[in-house]
Design a protein around this ligand. Structure first.
Ligand SMILES: [Fe+2]
Length: 612
Protein backbone atom coordinates (compact mmCIF):
# COMPACT_ATOMS: atom_id res chain seq x y z
CA UNK A 1 0.00 0.00 0.00
CA UNK A 2 2.99 2.23 -0.44
CA UNK A 3 1.52 4.48 -3.17
CA UNK A 4 -1.56 5.20 -1.09
CA UNK A 5 0.44 6.05 2.01
CA UNK A 6 2.45 8.48 -0.08
CA UNK A 7 -0.68 10.10 -1.42
CA UNK A 8 -1.76 10.58 2.16
CA UNK A 9 1.56 12.12 3.05
CA UNK A 10 1.22 14.56 0.19
CA UNK A 11 -2.33 15.42 1.12
CA UNK A 12 -1.24 16.23 4.62
CA UNK A 13 1.68 18.17 3.22
CA UNK A 14 -0.46 20.07 0.77
CA UNK A 15 -1.33 23.09 2.87
CA UNK A 16 2.20 23.68 4.14
CA UNK A 17 4.16 23.25 0.93
CA UNK A 18 2.77 26.40 -0.67
CA UNK A 19 -0.44 27.79 -2.01
CA UNK A 20 -0.40 25.59 -5.10
CA UNK A 21 0.37 22.41 -3.22
CA UNK A 22 3.18 19.93 -3.74
CA UNK A 23 4.84 19.83 -7.08
CA UNK A 24 6.81 16.57 -7.28
CA UNK A 25 9.32 16.50 -10.10
CA UNK A 26 11.24 13.35 -9.29
CA UNK A 27 10.64 10.33 -7.04
CA UNK A 28 12.82 7.24 -6.77
CA UNK A 29 12.61 4.34 -4.35
CA UNK A 30 15.41 1.83 -3.85
CA UNK A 31 13.16 -1.24 -4.02
CA UNK A 32 13.99 -4.42 -5.88
CA UNK A 33 10.73 -4.24 -7.84
CA UNK A 34 11.81 -0.86 -9.21
CA UNK A 35 15.02 -2.22 -10.75
CA UNK A 36 14.77 -3.76 -14.22
CA UNK A 37 17.68 -4.64 -16.52
CA UNK A 38 20.17 -2.38 -14.83
CA UNK A 39 17.75 0.52 -14.58
CA UNK A 40 16.12 2.13 -11.59
CA UNK A 41 12.60 2.89 -12.75
CA UNK A 42 11.49 6.25 -11.46
CA UNK A 43 8.02 6.81 -10.04
CA UNK A 44 8.37 10.35 -11.37
CA UNK A 45 11.18 11.92 -13.37
CA UNK A 46 13.87 10.18 -15.40
CA UNK A 47 14.77 6.50 -14.97
CA UNK A 48 18.38 5.95 -13.93
CA UNK A 49 21.13 3.70 -15.33
CA UNK A 50 22.88 1.77 -12.56
CA UNK A 51 26.62 1.29 -12.98
CA UNK A 52 26.94 -1.36 -10.27
CA UNK A 53 25.35 -4.68 -9.37
CA UNK A 54 22.33 -3.80 -7.25
CA UNK A 55 21.81 -5.38 -3.85
CA UNK A 56 18.92 -4.59 -1.54
CA UNK A 57 18.79 -4.30 2.23
CA UNK A 58 15.56 -4.94 4.03
CA UNK A 59 14.28 -2.88 6.93
CA UNK A 60 11.09 -3.13 9.02
CA UNK A 61 8.81 -1.65 6.40
CA UNK A 62 10.59 -1.96 3.10
CA UNK A 63 14.02 -2.03 1.55
CA UNK A 64 16.83 0.13 0.21
CA UNK A 65 19.18 -0.05 -2.74
CA UNK A 66 22.78 -0.49 -1.57
CA UNK A 67 25.23 1.61 -3.57
CA UNK A 68 28.67 -0.02 -3.46
CA UNK A 69 31.84 -0.26 -5.50
CA UNK A 70 34.22 2.15 -7.17
CA UNK A 71 31.79 2.93 -10.00
CA UNK A 72 28.53 3.10 -8.03
CA UNK A 73 26.03 5.66 -9.28
CA UNK A 74 22.58 5.92 -10.82
CA UNK A 75 22.81 8.18 -13.88
CA UNK A 76 19.51 9.99 -14.37
CA UNK A 77 20.73 12.01 -17.36
CA UNK A 78 24.08 12.41 -19.13
CA UNK A 79 23.10 16.05 -19.67
CA UNK A 80 20.57 17.55 -17.27
CA UNK A 81 19.21 19.74 -20.09
CA UNK A 82 17.47 16.68 -21.54
CA UNK A 83 15.36 16.38 -18.37
CA UNK A 84 14.77 20.05 -17.55
CA UNK A 85 11.08 19.36 -17.00
CA UNK A 86 12.03 17.23 -13.99
CA UNK A 87 14.31 19.80 -12.38
CA UNK A 88 13.44 22.61 -9.99
CA UNK A 89 13.99 26.16 -11.28
CA UNK A 90 13.09 28.76 -8.65
CA UNK A 91 12.72 26.82 -5.42
CA UNK A 92 13.18 23.25 -4.30
CA UNK A 93 12.75 20.54 -1.73
CA UNK A 94 14.84 17.40 -1.76
CA UNK A 95 13.82 14.75 0.69
CA UNK A 96 15.78 11.52 1.11
CA UNK A 97 16.28 8.48 3.31
CA UNK A 98 19.91 7.41 3.09
CA UNK A 99 22.73 5.77 5.00
CA UNK A 100 26.48 6.24 4.62
CA UNK A 101 28.81 3.24 4.89
CA UNK A 102 32.06 4.96 3.88
CA UNK A 103 32.58 8.61 4.78
CA UNK A 104 33.83 10.72 1.92
CA UNK A 105 34.97 14.28 1.77
CA UNK A 106 32.62 14.80 -1.17
CA UNK A 107 29.80 12.26 -0.89
CA UNK A 108 26.75 12.72 -3.12
CA UNK A 109 23.10 11.65 -2.80
CA UNK A 110 21.48 13.65 -5.62
CA UNK A 111 22.78 16.54 -7.68
CA UNK A 112 23.45 18.46 -10.87
CA UNK A 113 26.79 20.15 -10.33
CA UNK A 114 29.99 21.63 -11.72
CA UNK A 115 32.35 22.81 -9.00
CA UNK A 116 35.72 23.39 -10.64
CA UNK A 117 37.93 26.13 -9.24
CA UNK A 118 35.89 29.34 -9.32
CA UNK A 119 33.24 27.85 -11.60
CA UNK A 120 30.54 26.74 -9.19
CA UNK A 121 27.05 25.99 -10.43
CA UNK A 122 24.19 23.63 -9.69
CA UNK A 123 23.08 21.93 -6.50
CA UNK A 124 23.83 18.78 -4.57
CA UNK A 125 22.60 16.99 -1.49
CA UNK A 126 25.49 15.02 -0.02
CA UNK A 127 27.80 14.44 2.91
CA UNK A 128 31.36 15.04 3.99
CA UNK A 129 33.46 12.87 6.25
CA UNK A 130 31.23 13.51 9.27
CA UNK A 131 27.94 15.23 8.41
CA UNK A 132 25.44 16.00 5.63
CA UNK A 133 25.47 19.06 3.41
CA UNK A 134 23.47 20.81 0.75
CA UNK A 135 25.36 22.82 -1.89
CA UNK A 136 23.54 25.38 -3.99
CA UNK A 137 24.34 28.11 -6.55
CA UNK A 138 21.78 30.74 -7.54
CA UNK A 139 21.50 33.78 -9.81
CA UNK A 140 21.49 36.12 -6.80
CA UNK A 141 24.91 34.99 -5.57
CA UNK A 142 26.46 34.65 -9.04
CA UNK A 143 29.90 36.28 -9.14
CA UNK A 144 30.23 35.85 -12.90
CA UNK A 145 30.99 32.15 -13.09
CA UNK A 146 28.71 30.96 -10.28
CA UNK A 147 29.22 30.67 -6.56
CA UNK A 148 28.11 27.79 -4.37
CA UNK A 149 27.27 27.77 -0.72
CA UNK A 150 27.71 24.47 1.09
CA UNK A 151 25.33 24.41 4.03
CA UNK A 152 26.35 21.79 6.58
CA UNK A 153 24.08 19.97 9.03
CA UNK A 154 25.11 19.48 12.65
CA UNK A 155 24.35 15.78 13.15
CA UNK A 156 27.42 13.55 12.95
CA UNK A 157 26.17 10.53 11.07
CA UNK A 158 26.79 7.00 12.27
CA UNK A 159 27.93 4.59 9.64
CA UNK A 160 25.28 2.33 8.20
CA UNK A 161 22.37 4.09 9.92
CA UNK A 162 19.42 5.52 7.97
CA UNK A 163 18.82 9.27 8.14
CA UNK A 164 16.04 11.45 6.79
CA UNK A 165 17.56 14.44 5.00
CA UNK A 166 15.69 17.40 3.62
CA UNK A 167 17.08 20.45 1.85
CA UNK A 168 14.80 23.36 0.99
CA UNK A 169 15.28 26.61 -0.89
CA UNK A 170 12.52 29.18 -1.30
CA UNK A 171 14.30 31.80 -3.40
CA UNK A 172 15.73 33.54 -0.34
CA UNK A 173 16.59 31.00 2.29
CA UNK A 174 18.36 27.62 2.13
CA UNK A 175 17.75 25.11 4.93
CA UNK A 176 18.92 21.64 5.78
CA UNK A 177 17.00 19.24 8.05
CA UNK A 178 18.11 15.95 9.57
CA UNK A 179 15.52 13.55 11.00
CA UNK A 180 12.78 16.17 10.90
CA UNK A 181 14.68 19.01 12.57
CA UNK A 182 16.14 22.10 10.90
CA UNK A 183 19.91 22.12 11.62
CA UNK A 184 21.24 25.04 9.56
CA UNK A 185 20.07 27.80 7.26
CA UNK A 186 21.58 30.56 5.17
CA UNK A 187 20.48 33.53 3.07
CA UNK A 188 23.72 33.58 1.08
CA UNK A 189 21.84 32.41 -2.02
CA UNK A 190 18.84 34.13 -3.66
CA UNK A 191 16.90 34.17 -6.92
CA UNK A 192 16.61 31.38 -9.47
CA UNK A 193 18.72 28.26 -9.25
CA UNK A 194 21.87 28.63 -11.34
CA UNK A 195 22.56 25.57 -13.48
CA UNK A 196 25.89 24.83 -15.20
CA UNK A 197 26.30 24.87 -18.99
CA UNK A 198 26.50 21.07 -18.89
CA UNK A 199 26.42 18.48 -16.13
CA UNK A 200 25.03 15.02 -15.48
CA UNK A 201 22.02 14.52 -13.22
CA UNK A 202 23.17 11.86 -10.79
CA UNK A 203 21.67 9.87 -7.95
CA UNK A 204 24.12 8.22 -5.55
CA UNK A 205 27.38 9.98 -6.44
CA UNK A 206 29.11 13.33 -6.43
CA UNK A 207 30.01 13.83 -10.06
CA UNK A 208 31.12 16.78 -12.13
CA UNK A 209 33.48 17.06 -15.10
CA UNK A 210 36.63 16.36 -13.09
CA UNK A 211 35.49 14.59 -9.95
CA UNK A 212 33.66 11.37 -9.23
CA UNK A 213 32.95 10.11 -5.73
CA UNK A 214 30.62 7.10 -5.61
CA UNK A 215 28.16 6.70 -2.76
CA UNK A 216 28.70 3.72 -0.48
CA UNK A 217 25.55 3.11 1.54
CA UNK A 218 21.80 2.82 1.20
CA UNK A 219 19.37 4.99 -0.71
CA UNK A 220 15.85 4.11 0.34
CA UNK A 221 13.91 6.94 -1.21
CA UNK A 222 14.46 10.36 -2.80
CA UNK A 223 11.88 13.02 -3.69
CA UNK A 224 12.42 16.29 -5.55
CA UNK A 225 9.91 19.12 -5.49
CA UNK A 226 9.89 22.47 -7.28
CA UNK A 227 8.81 24.33 -4.18
CA UNK A 228 10.18 24.83 -0.70
CA UNK A 229 8.54 22.71 2.00
CA UNK A 230 7.82 24.24 5.38
CA UNK A 231 9.21 22.90 8.66
CA UNK A 232 5.87 21.29 9.55
CA UNK A 233 5.89 19.24 6.36
CA UNK A 234 9.45 18.08 6.99
CA UNK A 235 8.59 17.07 10.55
CA UNK A 236 5.58 15.12 9.31
CA UNK A 237 7.55 13.42 6.55
CA UNK A 238 10.08 12.27 9.10
CA UNK A 239 7.43 11.17 11.60
CA UNK A 240 5.81 9.07 8.88
CA UNK A 241 8.87 6.76 8.79
CA UNK A 242 10.49 7.62 12.11
CA UNK A 243 11.08 3.97 13.02
CA UNK A 244 13.72 3.78 10.27
CA UNK A 245 15.91 6.22 12.13
CA UNK A 246 15.96 4.05 15.22
CA UNK A 247 16.77 0.79 13.47
CA UNK A 248 20.06 -0.84 14.23
CA UNK A 249 23.08 -0.33 12.02
CA UNK A 250 23.32 -1.80 8.62
CA UNK A 251 24.62 -5.37 8.70
CA UNK A 252 27.05 -4.50 5.96
CA UNK A 253 30.12 -3.36 7.87
CA UNK A 254 32.17 -0.65 6.21
CA UNK A 255 35.68 -1.82 5.51
CA UNK A 256 38.44 -0.15 7.49
CA UNK A 257 41.95 -0.30 6.19
CA UNK A 258 45.09 1.78 6.04
CA UNK A 259 45.51 3.39 2.63
CA UNK A 260 48.84 5.17 3.26
CA UNK A 261 51.15 3.90 5.98
CA UNK A 262 52.78 6.49 8.27
CA UNK A 263 55.19 8.99 6.72
CA UNK A 264 57.00 12.09 7.94
CA UNK A 265 56.72 15.76 7.07
CA UNK A 266 58.51 18.95 7.94
CA UNK A 267 61.17 18.23 10.54
CA UNK A 268 62.47 21.05 12.69
CA UNK A 269 65.00 20.85 15.51
CA UNK A 270 62.12 20.40 17.99
CA UNK A 271 59.19 18.96 16.03
CA UNK A 272 58.13 16.34 13.52
CA UNK A 273 54.83 15.84 11.69
CA UNK A 274 53.48 12.32 11.29
CA UNK A 275 50.83 11.57 8.65
CA UNK A 276 48.88 8.52 7.45
CA UNK A 277 45.62 7.79 5.66
CA UNK A 278 42.85 5.37 6.63
CA UNK A 279 39.77 4.45 4.60
CA UNK A 280 37.38 5.79 7.27
CA UNK A 281 37.47 8.61 9.73
CA UNK A 282 39.21 7.38 12.86
CA UNK A 283 41.20 8.70 15.80
CA UNK A 284 44.72 10.07 15.18
CA UNK A 285 47.16 8.94 17.86
CA UNK A 286 50.96 8.82 17.71
CA UNK A 287 52.91 6.97 20.40
CA UNK A 288 56.55 8.02 20.50
CA UNK A 289 59.62 8.20 22.72
CA UNK A 290 63.33 7.45 23.08
CA UNK A 291 62.82 3.66 22.95
CA UNK A 292 60.62 1.47 20.79
CA UNK A 293 58.20 1.13 23.72
CA UNK A 294 56.92 4.57 22.52
CA UNK A 295 55.50 5.64 25.89
CA UNK A 296 54.59 9.24 25.09
CA UNK A 297 51.32 10.09 23.30
CA UNK A 298 50.23 12.89 20.97
CA UNK A 299 46.73 13.07 19.56
CA UNK A 300 45.42 14.96 16.55
CA UNK A 301 41.95 15.56 15.16
CA UNK A 302 40.03 12.45 14.13
CA UNK A 303 40.05 12.20 10.34
CA UNK A 304 40.82 9.92 7.42
CA UNK A 305 44.03 11.70 6.45
CA UNK A 306 45.76 11.95 9.80
CA UNK A 307 48.24 14.66 10.74
CA UNK A 308 49.83 14.80 14.17
CA UNK A 309 52.59 17.25 15.09
CA UNK A 310 55.02 16.05 17.75
CA UNK A 311 56.40 19.10 19.56
CA UNK A 312 58.89 19.85 22.29
CA UNK A 313 61.41 17.32 20.97
CA UNK A 314 65.18 17.51 21.48
CA UNK A 315 67.35 18.61 18.52
CA UNK A 316 69.23 16.01 16.42
CA UNK A 317 67.80 13.20 18.53
CA UNK A 318 66.56 9.79 17.43
CA UNK A 319 62.97 8.92 18.37
CA UNK A 320 60.73 5.93 17.83
CA UNK A 321 57.09 6.29 16.82
CA UNK A 322 54.06 4.30 15.77
CA UNK A 323 50.53 5.36 14.94
CA UNK A 324 47.07 4.18 16.00
CA UNK A 325 43.64 4.84 14.53
CA UNK A 326 40.39 3.58 15.95
CA UNK A 327 36.96 3.97 14.30
CA UNK A 328 33.75 4.80 16.17
CA UNK A 329 32.85 1.12 15.82
CA UNK A 330 36.12 0.16 17.54
CA UNK A 331 38.11 -1.25 14.61
CA UNK A 332 41.78 -0.34 15.00
CA UNK A 333 44.89 0.10 12.89
CA UNK A 334 48.25 0.05 14.68
CA UNK A 335 51.45 0.56 12.71
CA UNK A 336 54.84 -1.02 13.29
CA UNK A 337 57.30 1.22 15.16
CA UNK A 338 59.76 3.24 13.05
CA UNK A 339 62.47 5.80 13.78
CA UNK A 340 63.04 9.44 12.95
CA UNK A 341 65.58 12.06 13.91
CA UNK A 342 64.90 15.74 14.54
CA UNK A 343 66.76 18.35 12.46
CA UNK A 344 70.44 18.84 13.33
CA UNK A 345 72.04 21.91 14.87
CA UNK A 346 73.84 24.35 12.55
CA UNK A 347 77.32 22.99 13.22
CA UNK A 348 76.43 19.32 12.65
CA UNK A 349 77.01 17.59 9.28
CA UNK A 350 73.97 16.12 7.49
CA UNK A 351 73.05 14.60 4.15
CA UNK A 352 70.00 14.60 1.95
CA UNK A 353 68.75 12.59 -1.00
CA UNK A 354 67.29 14.13 -4.15
CA UNK A 355 64.84 12.13 -6.27
CA UNK A 356 62.53 13.80 -8.77
CA UNK A 357 59.89 12.90 -11.35
CA UNK A 358 59.04 9.61 -9.67
CA UNK A 359 55.69 9.63 -11.52
CA UNK A 360 53.87 6.36 -12.20
CA UNK A 361 56.84 4.02 -11.94
CA UNK A 362 56.99 2.68 -8.38
CA UNK A 363 59.24 -0.17 -9.48
CA UNK A 364 62.07 2.20 -10.41
CA UNK A 365 61.31 4.99 -7.93
CA UNK A 366 60.97 2.32 -5.23
CA UNK A 367 64.39 0.89 -6.05
CA UNK A 368 65.97 4.38 -6.02
CA UNK A 369 64.27 5.24 -2.71
CA UNK A 370 65.55 1.97 -1.22
CA UNK A 371 69.10 2.72 -2.38
CA UNK A 372 68.85 6.28 -1.03
CA UNK A 373 67.52 4.98 2.29
CA UNK A 374 70.56 2.68 2.39
CA UNK A 375 72.74 5.79 2.61
CA UNK A 376 70.74 7.10 5.60
CA UNK A 377 69.90 10.60 4.41
CA UNK A 378 68.48 13.12 6.89
CA UNK A 379 65.61 13.89 4.50
CA UNK A 380 64.46 13.67 0.89
CA UNK A 381 64.19 16.64 -1.46
CA UNK A 382 61.65 16.07 -4.26
CA UNK A 383 61.66 18.61 -7.11
CA UNK A 384 58.17 17.69 -8.37
CA UNK A 385 56.12 15.27 -10.50
CA UNK A 386 55.64 12.98 -7.53
CA UNK A 387 52.87 11.26 -9.52
CA UNK A 388 51.74 11.06 -13.15
CA UNK A 389 48.23 12.38 -12.52
CA UNK A 390 47.80 14.50 -9.41
CA UNK A 391 44.00 14.35 -9.53
CA UNK A 392 43.95 10.55 -9.58
CA UNK A 393 43.96 9.41 -5.97
CA UNK A 394 45.09 5.93 -6.99
CA UNK A 395 48.33 7.38 -8.36
CA UNK A 396 49.13 8.60 -4.86
CA UNK A 397 47.92 5.42 -3.16
CA UNK A 398 49.39 2.89 -5.58
CA UNK A 399 52.45 4.64 -7.05
CA UNK A 400 53.96 7.41 -4.94
CA UNK A 401 53.48 6.29 -1.35
CA UNK A 402 54.26 2.57 -1.73
CA UNK A 403 57.24 3.48 -3.97
CA UNK A 404 58.82 5.82 -1.44
CA UNK A 405 58.75 3.38 1.44
CA UNK A 406 60.59 2.67 3.67
CA UNK A 407 62.45 5.96 3.11
CA UNK A 408 59.54 8.27 3.95
CA UNK A 409 58.55 6.57 7.17
CA UNK A 410 62.07 7.24 8.47
CA UNK A 411 62.79 10.68 6.99
CA UNK A 412 60.55 13.57 5.93
CA UNK A 413 60.22 14.53 2.27
CA UNK A 414 60.18 18.16 1.12
CA UNK A 415 58.40 18.47 -2.24
CA UNK A 416 57.51 21.14 -4.77
CA UNK A 417 54.66 20.82 -7.25
CA UNK A 418 55.42 19.55 -10.73
CA UNK A 419 53.11 20.02 -13.70
CA UNK A 420 51.86 16.44 -13.22
CA UNK A 421 50.55 17.27 -9.74
CA UNK A 422 47.89 19.35 -11.55
CA UNK A 423 47.72 21.53 -8.44
CA UNK A 424 45.40 18.79 -7.16
CA UNK A 425 43.76 18.85 -3.74
CA UNK A 426 45.36 15.45 -3.04
CA UNK A 427 48.80 17.11 -3.02
CA UNK A 428 47.72 19.64 -0.42
CA UNK A 429 45.90 16.97 1.59
CA UNK A 430 48.98 14.75 1.72
CA UNK A 431 51.68 17.31 2.51
CA UNK A 432 52.05 19.36 5.66
CA UNK A 433 54.06 22.46 4.84
CA UNK A 434 53.95 26.11 5.93
CA UNK A 435 51.19 28.13 4.26
CA UNK A 436 50.52 28.64 1.43
CA UNK A 437 52.27 25.30 0.85
CA UNK A 438 52.86 25.81 -2.88
CA UNK A 439 55.86 27.92 -1.89
CA UNK A 440 57.65 27.78 1.45
CA UNK A 441 61.09 27.77 3.07
CA UNK A 442 62.72 25.48 5.60
CA UNK A 443 65.97 25.25 7.52
CA UNK A 444 68.11 22.19 7.96
CA UNK A 445 71.51 22.41 9.67
CA UNK A 446 73.35 25.38 8.18
CA UNK A 447 71.21 25.53 5.03
CA UNK A 448 68.02 27.27 4.12
CA UNK A 449 65.86 25.86 1.32
CA UNK A 450 63.54 28.04 -0.77
CA UNK A 451 60.81 26.00 -2.42
CA UNK A 452 58.95 27.49 -5.41
CA UNK A 453 56.08 26.40 -7.64
CA UNK A 454 57.10 27.20 -11.23
CA UNK A 455 53.68 26.09 -12.49
CA UNK A 456 52.52 29.43 -11.12
CA UNK A 457 53.80 32.92 -11.91
CA UNK A 458 57.44 33.68 -11.09
CA UNK A 459 57.96 36.89 -13.10
CA UNK A 460 59.34 39.92 -11.23
CA UNK A 461 55.82 41.21 -10.49
CA UNK A 462 54.64 37.88 -9.05
CA UNK A 463 53.92 36.97 -5.43
CA UNK A 464 56.52 34.21 -5.46
CA UNK A 465 59.30 36.39 -6.96
CA UNK A 466 58.72 39.10 -4.36
CA UNK A 467 58.55 36.59 -1.53
CA UNK A 468 61.75 34.92 -2.70
CA UNK A 469 63.56 38.24 -3.07
CA UNK A 470 62.63 39.16 0.50
CA UNK A 471 63.52 35.75 1.91
CA UNK A 472 66.85 35.48 0.09
CA UNK A 473 67.99 38.94 1.12
CA UNK A 474 66.99 38.26 4.74
CA UNK A 475 68.81 34.92 4.93
CA UNK A 476 72.33 34.62 6.28
CA UNK A 477 72.39 30.81 5.98
CA UNK A 478 75.73 29.28 5.03
CA UNK A 479 74.07 27.42 2.14
CA UNK A 480 71.14 28.72 0.13
CA UNK A 481 69.34 26.13 -1.98
CA UNK A 482 66.39 26.76 -4.26
CA UNK A 483 64.12 24.02 -5.55
CA UNK A 484 61.49 24.20 -8.30
CA UNK A 485 60.27 21.82 -10.96
CA UNK A 486 61.13 23.62 -14.21
CA UNK A 487 64.87 24.07 -15.03
CA UNK A 488 66.22 27.51 -16.01
CA UNK A 489 69.10 25.70 -17.78
CA UNK A 490 68.76 22.37 -19.54
CA UNK A 491 70.25 20.72 -22.60
CA UNK A 492 67.17 18.59 -23.16
CA UNK A 493 66.69 17.74 -26.82
CA UNK A 494 63.08 18.76 -27.44
CA UNK A 495 61.23 20.38 -24.53
CA UNK A 496 62.58 23.82 -25.32
CA UNK A 497 62.90 23.60 -29.13
CA UNK A 498 63.89 20.45 -31.00
CA UNK A 499 67.67 20.48 -31.35
CA UNK A 500 67.67 17.47 -33.66
CA UNK A 501 65.73 19.49 -36.20
CA UNK A 502 67.08 23.02 -35.78
CA UNK A 503 69.67 24.80 -33.68
CA UNK A 504 67.12 27.22 -32.21
CA UNK A 505 66.77 25.65 -28.78
CA UNK A 506 66.04 27.75 -25.71
CA UNK A 507 68.19 25.54 -23.46
CA UNK A 508 65.83 25.72 -20.54
CA UNK A 509 62.56 27.08 -19.25
CA UNK A 510 62.41 30.81 -19.95
CA UNK A 511 59.71 31.42 -17.34
CA UNK A 512 61.86 29.81 -14.64
CA UNK A 513 64.88 31.72 -15.95
CA UNK A 514 63.25 34.96 -14.80
CA UNK A 515 64.26 33.90 -11.27
CA UNK A 516 67.96 33.63 -12.15
CA UNK A 517 68.87 37.29 -11.41
CA UNK A 518 67.66 36.72 -7.84
CA UNK A 519 69.88 33.66 -7.46
CA UNK A 520 72.90 35.50 -8.81
CA UNK A 521 72.30 38.58 -6.69
CA UNK A 522 71.67 36.78 -3.42
CA UNK A 523 74.32 34.07 -3.57
CA UNK A 524 72.20 30.96 -4.14
CA UNK A 525 74.53 27.96 -4.19
CA UNK A 526 72.55 25.25 -5.94
CA UNK A 527 69.20 25.24 -7.79
CA UNK A 528 67.45 21.85 -7.80
CA UNK A 529 65.12 21.04 -10.69
CA UNK A 530 63.31 18.13 -12.33
CA UNK A 531 60.90 18.00 -15.28
CA UNK A 532 63.50 16.77 -17.77
CA UNK A 533 63.88 13.03 -17.19
CA UNK A 534 67.65 12.85 -17.23
CA UNK A 535 70.59 13.99 -15.14
CA UNK A 536 72.41 17.25 -15.67
CA UNK A 537 74.90 19.26 -13.59
CA UNK A 538 75.98 22.65 -14.88
CA UNK A 539 79.09 24.69 -14.26
CA UNK A 540 78.52 27.76 -12.15
CA UNK A 541 76.47 30.17 -14.29
CA UNK A 542 76.62 33.96 -13.89
CA UNK A 543 75.18 36.55 -16.25
CA UNK A 544 74.51 33.95 -18.93
CA UNK A 545 78.11 32.65 -18.91
CA UNK A 546 79.86 29.70 -17.32
CA UNK A 547 82.17 31.00 -14.57
CA UNK A 548 84.66 29.50 -12.14
CA UNK A 549 83.26 31.25 -9.11
CA UNK A 550 80.37 33.41 -8.08
CA UNK A 551 77.25 31.91 -9.69
CA UNK A 552 74.92 29.07 -8.74
CA UNK A 553 75.07 25.47 -9.99
CA UNK A 554 71.93 24.07 -11.63
CA UNK A 555 71.03 20.44 -11.08
CA UNK A 556 68.42 18.42 -12.94
CA UNK A 557 67.70 15.15 -11.16
CA UNK A 558 64.61 14.11 -13.14
CA UNK A 559 65.49 10.43 -13.51
CA UNK A 560 63.38 9.26 -10.57
CA UNK A 561 61.06 6.93 -12.47
CA UNK A 562 59.36 8.76 -15.37
CA UNK A 563 60.13 7.72 -18.97
CA UNK A 564 63.71 8.72 -19.82
CA UNK A 565 64.74 11.65 -22.01
CA UNK A 566 67.89 12.21 -24.06
CA UNK A 567 70.26 15.20 -24.04
CA UNK A 568 70.53 17.45 -27.08
CA UNK A 569 73.13 16.39 -29.69
CA UNK A 570 75.56 19.21 -28.91
CA UNK A 571 77.00 20.62 -25.69
CA UNK A 572 75.71 24.01 -24.45
CA UNK A 573 78.04 26.39 -22.57
CA UNK A 574 76.68 25.56 -19.12
CA UNK A 575 76.82 21.79 -19.36
CA UNK A 576 79.25 19.91 -17.16
CA UNK A 577 77.85 16.41 -16.70
CA UNK A 578 74.84 15.05 -18.52
CA UNK A 579 73.50 11.50 -18.49
CA UNK A 580 70.44 9.61 -19.68
CA UNK A 581 69.32 7.09 -17.07
CA UNK A 582 67.38 6.65 -13.86
CA UNK A 583 69.29 7.96 -10.87
CA UNK A 584 69.26 9.46 -7.37
CA UNK A 585 71.55 12.04 -5.83
CA UNK A 586 73.08 12.28 -2.35
CA UNK A 587 74.28 15.62 -0.98
CA UNK A 588 76.57 15.72 2.07
CA UNK A 589 77.20 18.98 3.92
CA UNK A 590 79.83 19.61 6.57
CA UNK A 591 80.22 23.31 7.41
CA UNK A 592 81.50 24.99 4.24
CA UNK A 593 82.08 21.74 2.36
CA UNK A 594 79.45 20.17 0.13
CA UNK A 595 79.82 16.84 -1.64
CA UNK A 596 77.45 15.79 -4.34
CA UNK A 597 77.21 12.18 -5.55
CA UNK A 598 74.92 10.83 -8.25
CA UNK A 599 74.12 7.11 -8.52
CA UNK A 600 72.59 4.90 -11.21
CA UNK A 601 69.74 2.47 -10.70
CA UNK A 602 72.33 -0.25 -9.98
CA UNK A 603 73.92 2.04 -7.38
CA UNK A 604 77.01 2.92 -9.40
CA UNK A 605 78.49 6.38 -8.72
CA UNK A 606 78.49 8.28 -12.03
CA UNK A 607 79.07 11.86 -10.88
CA UNK A 608 80.94 13.38 -7.97
CA UNK A 609 81.42 17.06 -7.28
CA UNK A 610 82.77 18.95 -4.30
CA UNK A 611 81.99 22.60 -3.55
CA UNK A 612 83.97 24.49 -0.91
FE1 LIG B 1 57.34 17.79 -15.28
Amino acid sequence: MKPLSFCLAFLVAFPVLGHEGPDPLGHWTGRSDRVKEGKLMARLGPDGALSFKPRFIKDKSGESLLFEGAKAKCLLAVDFKTVLKSLPREALTISAWVSVNTPREWGGVLGVIQDNGDKEKGWILGYDSSTFYFGLATAGADDGDGKMTYLKAKTKYRLGKLYHLVATYDGEKTKIYVNGKAEASTTAQSGDLLYPEAAPYVLGAYQDSNEFHPHHGRIREVNVFGQAAKAEWVAREFAHNEALATEKWNEVEPSFEVLVDPYLQFATKTSMTVMWHTSLEASSVVRFGPTNACRQTAEGKASAIHEVVLEGLDPETQYFYRVESRTAAGTAYVSEPATFKTAVKEETPYAFAVISDTQGNPKVSGELAKLAWGQRPSFLLHPGDLVSTGKNRDHWLKHFFPGMRPLINHVPFYPVLGNHEQNAKHYYDYVSLPDPEYYYAFDFGNARFFMIDTNQKVDPASVQFKWLEKELSASDAKWKFVCHHHPPYSSDENDYGDLWKSNKGRHGDLRARELVPLYEKHGVDVVWNGHIHSYERTWRVLGGKAVESGGPFYMITGGGGGGLETPAPTRPFFQNNVRRGHHYVMVHVNGGTLELKAFTLDDRLFDYHKIE
